[in-house]
Design a protein around this ligand. Structure first.
Ligand SMILES: NC(=O)c1ccc[n+]([C@@H]2O[C@H](COP(=O)([O-])OP(=O)(O)OC[C@H]3O[C@@H](n4cnc5c(N)ncnc54)[C@H](OP(=O)(O)O)[C@@H]3O)[C@@H](O)[C@H]2O)c1
Length: 328
């Protein structure tokens, strides 16, 4: 099969497309013919060997995919050959075929495009678990989303709006904010052209209820300062590359709740919420009430350019690699 292979750690251009052995399927596993894969920032970090875990080269990067089940191993009952599925893994998705645990795939709802399903995985699930279970967002509440043009941020804008909140999107460009507005943000703030603390105070003089922060760095504190009494601040990631330090007196003065979300820990400790939220989210996808925004797409041959695009922070919403298979 053709696959994007990382033979030595380094920048995105170390990844090259070549013939690679097709993975064989074992008990409890499924082999999927990949139609679309999604490029995420952790893929860049894995290739550079700067991620929280290391994968020894040679390996095929890629963690999110959509496609059709080609073969199943012993004991697999949730899917069968021919089923359209989407799923996640640590590596292996930037290839014509990927083998994953059967638990790692979900059937694509009828009438939903496989590319959209592929791009729906981690970002929408992260945003929904954060809003539904961690922030416990309620209708009519004021929600501020940082990184609102990125995968997690844009999903939080869309899902916050679906959950009935009034959403303020914060991002670095007019292009990102236009997309956020089309996904339900009622207020937008460009933090490059304005002072975030002043801008938030201007539009929310009485404060906001919830902040979702996948960015960290210098934006976290001004956003936290915008919370009203008893507000909730959820830290989700540090795309800026810098982990913020928050003066605790701000927390004390306003009775603020600082909360965190990490996917694997949440899945391990809150299996009931995980199942409920995933079920509700799949229903939202199946009924076309939510869908990811695919801001850019590349062919498998252009995988290095796709990784560089994400590494440069140019992505709006999700970045897709079209690998093969008929459109659905
Ligand atoms: N906790 C979890 O379980 C979990 C799950 C999924 C993702 N995450 C993490 O959440 C973060 C966001 O993920 P994502 O998929 O939304 O990422 P993304 O699509 O790349 O978006 C990240 C946003 O962060 C901002 N940013 C600021 N400095 C940046 C820089 N130096 N490089 C890139 N972006 C920068 C950008 O917004 P501006 O317009 O403001 O510049 C960008 O739109 C990542 O750190 C990811 O690892 C955590």
């Amino acid at each position: 099969m053709r696959a994007a292979v990382c033979r030595s750690y380094g920048p995105p251009d170390v990844v090259e497309v070549e013939e690679f052995p097709s993975p064989s399927v074992g008990d409890g596993e499924v082999r999927v013919r990949v139609h679309a894969a999604v490029v995420n920032f952790p893929d860049v970090l894995l290739v550079a060997n700067k991620y929280q875990v290391s994968v020894p080269p040679p390996f095929v990067p890629g963690s999110e995919f959509g496609g059709v089940v080609e073969a199943v191993g012993g004991g697999v009952t949730n899917v069968a050959p021919g089923d359209r599925v989407f799923g996640t893994t640590l590596v292996g998705a930037f290839a014509e075929k990927v083998v994953v645990s059967a638990d790692g795939v979900t059937r694509v709802p009828a009438g939903v495009d496989e590319r959209l399903a592929a791009a729906f995985g981690v970002a929408h699930r992260t945003a929904f678990h954060v809003l539904r279970s961690v922030a416990r967002l309620r209708p009519e509440e004021e929600l501020v989303v940082l990184g609102a043009g990125g995968g997690v941020g844009l999903a939080a804008v869309q899902l916050g709006s679906v959950l009935g909140a009034a959403v303020t999107a914060v991002a670095s460009s007019a292009e990102k904010l236009d997309v956020a507005a089309s996904f339900g943000a009622t207020t937008v703030i460009n933090h490059h052209s304005s002072d975030l603390r002043k801008a938030l105070r201007g539009v929310h003089p009485d404060g906001v209820d919830v902040v979702v922060d996948p960015v960290g760095g210098d934006l976290a504190e001004p956003a936290l300062r915008a919370l009203r009494w008893g507000g909730r601040f959820v830290t989700v990631g540090y795309a800026s590359g810098s982990i913020p330090r928050i003066p605790l007196n701000l927390v004390l003065l306003k009775g603020i709740h600082i909360l965190g979300f990490q996917f694997q820990q949440f899945a391990m400790h809150e299996p009931g919420d995980l199942r409920r939220n995933d079920g509700e989210l799949l229903e939202l996808l199946a009924t076309h009430r939510v869908a990811p925004y695919i801001g850019a797409s590349f062919s498998l041959d252009d995988v290095a350019a796709a990784l560089q695009f994400v590494a440069d922070g140019r992505a709006i919403g999700k970045v897709v690699l079209d690998i093969g298979g008929p459109p659905t």
